[in-house]
Write a protein that binds this ligand. Sequence first.
Ligand code: HEM
Length: 211
Amino acid sequence: MSAIDKRFKLSALHRRILKKPIPDNIGYGYCLGGMAFTFFLILAATGLMLTLYYVPSEAEAYKSVQKITEDVPLGWLVRSMHKWSASLFIIFILLHTLRVFAAKAYRAPRELNWIIGVKLLALSMGSGFTGYLLPWDQKAYWATEVGTSMAGTVPFIGEYLVQFIRGGREVGGETLIRFYSAHAFIIPLCIVALLWMHFHIVRRQGISKRL
Ligand code: HEM
């Protein structure tokens, strides 16, 4: 171990990451953000595994999800873990937001981190919405049909917005590709970038004291 430590200076890194002093009156509520992050990591790992078999095309998407659930070894488990983690991710983000709100940690000097948090919340919801279409069954189709049509109520640009989101007039193959790209690449990359800022600010400012 000491040979590895000598080369990579792991104990210094360990000290820096885990030995930072925190206020002595904080409780389990301060773990909620970390729990959300844990589920994000599970989502990323299981999501990557699902991309090995999922096919984002009009003709193949439904069949590929059936194949994952029924034929691929442990595919049902990976898919279930992905679905459950998605719900728990959102639940823990909401609980974390409530904790931050109750602690009034949105006030200066943490207002920028609150704003980053709001963006994380919006992106996480977007991730859930785009992921919901991917099984390409009736429930997914109609949920997306209804959900995307709401953008049509935006004054002046509503119709353009719906077409932009759907990739055409109707929910179809183009929508599926668009949602897959957003769900598997664009949104997770944005979340990672914002999380990096979020954590960086928490480390710089230190966690707020309990009121
Ligand atoms: C992907 C979602 C998110 C993750 C993984 C995450 C993670 C974290 C973690 C680990 C901390 C430090 C420990 C803690 O307070 O729990 C933290 C702090 C903080 N988060 Fe989040 N967060 C997320 C979303 C949000 C949202 C939606 C908001 C508010 C709208 C928010 C606002 C804050 C603020 C203001 C702090 C500093 C709290 C303090 O100093 O007491 N976060 N976040």
